[in-house]
Design a protein around this ligand. Sequence first.
Ligand code: NDP
Length: 452
Amino acid sequence: MTFDYDLFVIGGGSGGVRAARIAAAEGGARVGLAEESRMGGTCVIRGCVPKKLMVFASGFPADLDLARAYGWDVTAGAFDWPRFRTTLEGELDRLEGAYRSTLANAGVTMHDARAVLEDAHTVRLATGETFTAAHILIATGGHPFRPDIPGAELGVTSNEMFHLPALPKHALVVGGGYIASEFACILHGLGVKTTQYYRGAQILRGFDDEARGHVSTAMQERGITIRCGTDLIHLEKSPGGICAKATDGSQHEFDLVLFATGRVPNSTGIGLQTLGVQMGRRGQIVVDDYSQTAVPSIFAVGDVTDRINLTPVAIREGHAFADTVFRGIPTKADHDLVASAVFTQPEMGAIGLTEEAAREQEPIEVYATSFRPMKTAFAGRTDRVMMKLIVSQGSRRVLGCHIVAPDAGEMIQLAAIAIKMGATKEDFDRTVAVHPTMAEELVTLRKPIRRA
Ligand code: NDP
């Protein structure tokens, strides 16, 4: 049977675009790709990229305070949100254009429409067209989850945060994960009074306990109100905005409520269940190491598979799929030792095991330091940096690295290379420090602070 395409990709985000490009440009495949929204997906259009630009925007007031301490005569004027938003929209347009030209240059045919599966080799577009393909890749990503509480529709999700008509005066952020903690810091930095409710005992569950504590303390010292053990039960309109009733019995008024309560895979309504594609409890598509579903012609990569929901991971999964299927190079996406950063202020970078997970696995040594970095100490600020290495007592390998510091994301990327290569604590020790830097502390940690 001849197909219209060798590959049809549903979803023009990080994973889908990479897979389409490699399959077409390097695998010689005839590739079609459908995207119902904007090319670039969550990361480029409503995630990592606009978020990071907002992180930059929100950091200037603190930078200006520092500049004053260093002798500069500067004052922060008002923040012009509409002006920033307009520039941001222009930048996203530019990036979307770059994605489109990358795909066009690779020879991928783009379809700006929603696609659903009709059978294991056929997709139907919202335009009414149908296409057949030897292989179909589902790369539909995820969407924000909004808890089912009365008045939930009064809140917004991260999707809306980049299009707010005006900045709020007092915002409530619900959740304790990446998105909640990052937006709490962004809003605070932009001058918004910010409160964060988290149902658990400490924000940023899953990260190293000490590092989480460090970030949480720093956020609170900067003026963010974090209420752990507190969840939202009810929202209603009030004269001053939105009245939020919480599980601790409190009732407070906010003019913006952001639900950052997790994301769910975009796996429903595209015809997967009826074809026999296996789905997990959270609606994620179940795939094997090669991203193949239970239906041999259908593959899935990225957030819709809910493995590690990070852009670079989706890109690797998409690339590995294209290498395997279209370049004859069987490749498994590598999910081991993936570093990540949380762009809170201060930032947190992490790779490998937390102390809590490592000590369950084997005997470990913990090396850690906390200090006032030179740049802010000079200005009389109390900001502290934290660095921590988790080391195997047996193999001496560094099992985990946790950094809370300005630019921790940049630092962890480099530390990740050494750790991925299997560096031991002694490899770190024989690396000469770069002075004066914050990161030099990673190679001068002499004595374990504890063994476990
Ligand atoms: P996370 O899973 O990180 O956090 C979700 C938060 O919402 C948790 O604190 C969770 O609490 C809470 N929550 C879930 N359900 C409810 C509920 N019904 N009521 C109240 N609270 C609830 O998801 P995010 O949405 O923050 O981010 C999604 C993913 O996107 C991340 O896991 C990450 O992989 C990726 N991401 C990465 C970024 C980066 O690399 N810098 C930035 C942003 C996102 P609990 O802990 O108790 O479950």
